[in-house]
Design a protein around this ligand. Structure first.
Ligand code: ADP
Ligand code: MG
Length: 713
């Protein structure tokens, strides 16, 4: 019995090994790297740390740099001062350990000439280089005592195993770690690379490839790891970047298609009567841009599929009015509206401006705050559930938590530019209302096509008339007192000012970053003792915050000292001064947002950036601020200043990571990929046609099931 058992397990074991052997011969993209020759469980774990789990990941583990070794030359063609690669026989070796810098020396010859190669501290080479061996060496050539010499070259002993010695010097340099060198990674990838023909399916037909000037997918993968020359490397990159962007856009296109075709929304129709009834609420004529946006929104909302629109416009350009139009349109169609803001202050602000427009209106509206608890809250939630409340305003957190609507027709999300595709998808899960996302951060065209790539976009370019200009100055240390005097004069003229700080309090180790709490004390007692100076920050109880905001609005407070809680949405036309302390610590978008708080009335406004900095990037930001008031221009500069790395985390936006493409540098490809992806989805929305099988498979592997493609396998 015992014997039999062990026999059995023996055979089991050997079949397993056999299986594994046969799997090594036949690689597939989903195979764990562990089963590759040269990778065991330990290396597989190291690979996992590098984000590489499967053979497919390995193929997409792109080099960070590439070497191109020059063609080997004859020794007599070596030129001093240049690099060269030679092949020759080791005539003799010598180790001079007595020197201050020990030298290992080899004399190499070919059929033309002899040369000397030395390696400083080359003692370890005594066991590697022996007379009679043929080696290939690549390095810089010098003339030493009238003799050609190479110093510290890379070299390789040529034997039957190194059939392609070129690969040793050229090819990819991989992002490595302490347990796995670039060279080891290269060797392992080399094995997978040999199988690209079977591993890498083509996505497109020949006609398209030719038209789009793209090489085949398998050539691209082969060349990216071991490019024959720089031109081919460039072509490989182009194809792989295109595919990456194309798959991302395809994901967005599919997501959008699903939104439009598999979820229904309540159509909200607009009649002339409804339109004029809504417009009567506004004490001014809407601008052309506002009307344009409204027309687009109304057309979307009239459809039985959910609107998915981004409303972009600089701070103060009049987005709230447009959103309110949409809200009233939804209410006129007997549905409810949720208006969500990122903070309580902003929610309250929205509610207030809505109140202003809706005076004496029958529209039932309410502001939900965190302070609302107990019986009152239960009652209110019940009203909302019964449909006895039309417009509910609150923070995203509050409204997403446990509020149930009877019939939610429209969701307006304000200032959600920090959120991306993933969060929006989350929101929609509960219901499928029409959705309007408002943002005051101008979104550069690249981001509009990626992070917001599943949305339609309406833009308000021009602000309503009657806005005073905003002058921006960068104030250094020596001008601080002068600036205070300037502000004082404006306060005396009954204008109001914001002072914004990067922090609430100073950190323990006293750094020199100014903090609101500390500076508030000195501003109120020393700098502006004759004025009312109040503090506002995010950690204060919300009632206190509301109270201070409301007093500031009513002009009871002259100077509002705060952190970035005033960043978005606050509307006090009489505030004409914005001081930003430690301005070098804020991002460009944030600075622009903050500046948007002023210049809301007719009077001239001033934005004073207090900053001392040596950082070139920070200086760049401050200079742009003083030069431009155009949000789009600033946003594009911002992207350029920050560079591609920090630019855009795809993960955070619920999109797959970009490994090789860059949405700024590869803008042309992005545009092409987007167009083609959206076209493809309109022709074959579920990618069921046989010619799309390969694309579909890769897409599923990348996005998982989130695109709903899984159920049509
Ligand atoms: P945003 O939400 O884009 O920051 P708001 O909608 O809050 O801008 O508008 C800013 C200010 O401009 C508000 O005080 C609003 O009353 C005013 N406003 C909006 N649209 C117009 C318009 N068409 N004409 C005149 N003033 C307007
Ligand atoms: Mg606003």
């Amino acid at each position: 019995m015992v014997l039999k058992n062990s026999e059995k397990s023996d055979t089991q074991c050997s079949t397993r090994i056999e299986n594994r052997e046969s799997r090594i011969e036949k690689l597939d993209l989903s195979m764990p790297v562990q089963y590759l020759k040269g990778v065991g469980p330990a290396r597989a774990r190291t690979f996992a740390q590098l984000g590489v789990h499967t053979v497919g990941d390995l193929l997409e583990y792109f080099p960070r740099d590439w070497n191109f070794s020059p063609e080997p030359v004859k020794i007599n063609q070596m030129r001093p001062g240049r690099t060269a690669t030679i092949v020759g026989m080791v005539e003799s070796t010598d180790y001079q350990s007595y020197r201050r810098q020990p030298i290992f020396e080899a004399i190499i010859s070919d059929d033309t000439e002899v040369c000397r190669i030395i390696w400083f501290h080359g003692g370890f080479l005594r066991n590697q280089l022996k007379p009679g061996q043929v080696i290939m060496a690549s390095g810089k050539v010098a003339l030493y005592k009238h003799q050609l010499q190479m110093t510290n070259p890379k070299f390789l002993v040529l034997d039957e195993r190194s059939s392609e010695p070129d690969e040793y010097f050229s090819g990819g340099v991989y992002p490595a770690c302490s347990k796995l060198s670039s060279r080891q990674i290269k060797k392992i990838i080399g094995r997978v690379r040999d199988a690209v023909d079977e591993l890498v399916p083509e996505f497109y037909d020949k006609g398209f490839l030719a038209k789009a000037n793209l090489i085949s997918r398998k050539d691209a993968f082969a060349w990216i790891h071991l490019p024959p020359d720089e031109k081919k490397l460039a072509r490989a990159k182009r194809r792989l970047k295109y595919d990456e962007l194309f798959l991302m856009q395809l994901g967005l296109a599919l997501r959008r298609f699903q939104m439009q075709h598999f979820s229904t929304a309540t159509p909200c129709r607009c009649s002339d009567e409804i339109d004029s009834r809504i417009r009567k609420r506004f004490p001014f004529l809407l601008t052309e841009d506002q009307n344009g946006a409204i027309a687009e929104i109304a057309a979307d909302m009239a459809k039985p599929e959910p609107m998915n629109r981004l409303l972009q416009g600089d701070v103060g350009s009049g987005k709230t009015v447009v959103a309110l139009y949409a809200a009233l349109l939804a209410v006129a169609n007997r549905t409810q509206v949720a208006i969500m803001a990122p903070t309580e202050i902003l929610a309250a602000q929205h509610f207030l401006s809505i109140e202003r427009y809706l005076k004496n209106s029958k529209v039932r509206r309410v502001l939900i705050t965190g302070g609302l608890t107990g019986k009152k809250r239960v009652q209110l939630l019940d009203q909302i559930r019964r449909g006895a409340m039309d417009i509910v305003v609150g923070t995203v957190a509050l409204l997403q938590k446990d509020i149930e609507f009877q019939k939610l027709g429209l969701v307006v999300i304000d200032e959600q530019h920090k959120f991306g595709v993933a969060q929006r998808a989350q929101l929609r899960k509960q219901t499928t209302p029409h959705c309007l996302v408002m943002t005051a951060t101008p979104i550069p065209r690249t981001l509009a096509m990626t992070a917001f790539g599943d949305l339609d976009v309406s833009i308000i370019k021009h602000s309503p008339p009657g806005r005073g200009t905003v002058i921006t100055r960068w104030v250094g240390r020596h001008n601080r007192q002068k600036a205070y005097q300037f502000i004082r004069e404006h306060l005396r003229a009954k204008k109001q000012a914001y002072f914004v700080y990067p922090r609430i309090t100073t950190l323990e180790e006293s750094d020199d970053i100014k903090a609101a709490t500390d500076e508030w004390k000195s501003l109120s007692t020393e700098v502006f003792p004759e004025f009312t100076v109040e503090l506002l920050h995010g950690r204060m109880p919300s009632e206190k915050k509301q109270k201070i905001m409301s007093e500031f609005r009513r002009g009871k407070i002259d100077v509002l000292v705060s952190t970035v809680v005033v960043e978005v949405g606050v509307d006090v036309p009489n505030a004409t001064i914005m001081v930003i302390e430690g301005a070098d610590r804020f991002g460009l978008a944030q600075l622009h947002q903050l500046r948007g708080r002023i210049g809301r009335g007719e009077a001239k406004s001033y934005c004073l950036l207090f900053a001392e900095t040596e950082s070139e990037v920070a200086k760049g930001r401050l200079e742009i601020m003083t030069r431009s008031n155009d949000g789009f221009e600033i946003a594009e500069h911002d992207l350029r200043l920050r560079g591609p790395g920090e630019l855009f985390s795809t993960r955070q936006h619920g999109l797959p990571d970009l490994k090789i493409a860059n949405i700024v540098d590869d803008y042309e490809l992005l545009v092409m990929a987007r167009k083609n992806a959206f076209e493809l989805v309109s022709q074959d929305p579920m990618l069921t046609r046989p010619e799309h099988k390969n694309i579909r498979q890769v897409l599923l592997a990348k996005f998982g099931d989130s695109l709903g493609l899984g159920d049509v396998a």
